[in-house]
Design a protein around this ligand. Structure first.
Ligand code: SF4
Length: 321
């Protein structure tokens, strides 16, 4: 069963969070950023002060009732993923603890992290089991170009806030880095972002590209070559087991797939695979790797790219419709 109420929607399948019941605690569109790639368009209400948007008990009650209707067993995460920035809601902490009292499911918040330098914001987020933080830049100029933050926000404070939060937080931290062609996709920028993310030791660092129409029509995703480079740079700094791509495929996770070709497609949408590993994997199933890979390339499902001395197979990225 899927529902769409005033504050609650889903569950929607998410590769990161499984079956995720969404909570929309912010009206469209209040945010502290106006990211050039935002799928909700430009931000008409660019704010950085927290405030009440809805009666928090109404949000909590709607979540509790929705979970009863859908059944706890059909939900993996309850996720604050609103039409704006969830930490602008001054009642976020009350909502998280109110839900936790009645519902035995992990709670996640997907945030831009811009206000983590504030103690009250950090305290609120300590009530969540998983926090996803957007880290697209670590340099002031790039930050302003890609995220277009509220004029009172600065990269230094953002990075300090993220460090301060992750130092004390006991839950899972994941990061998401959106790569935009000619904006934040130079190797130098990617190296710096990777080094910063390493310092906060996330559970997973995701590299993403915009897959839905962006706020600014000129925005283009980083090229496949750049994504592969970024993946390898992130792996070198953060560790391969902690890095994944988010390039538009939210299908079942690859362990669940029995067909070797489907499995190869699922793996390469998350981890670019060395060509020799791809060969070995297909041969194990009695398939001719060259024939299979050539066919998948002709069908535009994969690309073969080189990084340093190695050839890789990567899922062709989904272009925007
Ligand atoms: S932080 Fe999220 S909601 Fe806000 S502008 Fe950026 S992408 Fe959109």
């Amino acid at each position: 069963m899927v529902i769409k109420l005033k504050y609650v929607f889903g569950p929607v399948p998410s590769r990161r969070l499984g079956r995720s019941l969404g909570v929309n605690n912010i009206p469209p569109k209040y945010c502290s950023y106006s990211c050039i790639y935002c799928q909700l368009g430009r931000t008409p209400n660019l704010i950085c002060g927290r405030r009440e948007f809805y009666p928090w008990r109404d949000v909590v009650n709607e979540v509790i009732n929705s979970v009863k209707t859908i059944g706890e067993e059909n939900i993996d995460y309850i996720t604050f993923v609103p039409d704006g920035e969830p930490i602008l809601d001054i009642n976020l902490g009350l909502e998280l603890s109110g839900i936790r009292e009645k519902v035995n499911k992990p709670l996640a918040v997907l945030t831009n992290g811009s206000l983590l330098f504030k103690e009250d914001v950090r305290q609120d987020l300590y009530n969540a089991d998983l926090v996803s933080i957007k880290i697209d830049a670590v340099e002031e100029n790039t930050y302003r170009r890609v995220n277009r933050p509220h004029p009172s926000l600065y990269i230094e404070r953002f990075l300090e806030g993220v460090k301060s939060f992750t130092k004390n937080y006991k839950g899972k931290v994941i990061t998401e880095t959106m790569l935009i062609k000619n904006v934040n996709d130079s190797i130098a920028e990617i190296e710096k972002v990777a080094k910063f993310i390493k310092s906060i030791r996330p559970y997973k660092a995701y590299i993403a590209i915009p897959t839905r129409p962006p706020a600014e029509t000129w925005v283009q995703p980083a090229s496949e070559e750049t994504i592969l480079k970024a993946y390898n740079i992130f792996c070198e700094h953060i560790g391969q087991e902690n890095v994944e791509l988010l390039v538009g495929y939210e299908g079942p996770y690859f362990e669940a797939i029995k067909d070797p070709i489907e499995s190869l497609l699922a793996i390469t949408s998350v981890h670019p695979l060395r060509l020799d590993y791809a060969y070995a994997m297909l041969e194990k199933y009695g398939l001719n790797p060259e024939t299979v890979l050539r066919k998948l390339a002709c069908e535009n499902k994969i690309v073969m790219l080189k990084y340093k001395d190695q050839k890789f197979v990567m899922r062709k990225i989904i272009s925007r419709s």
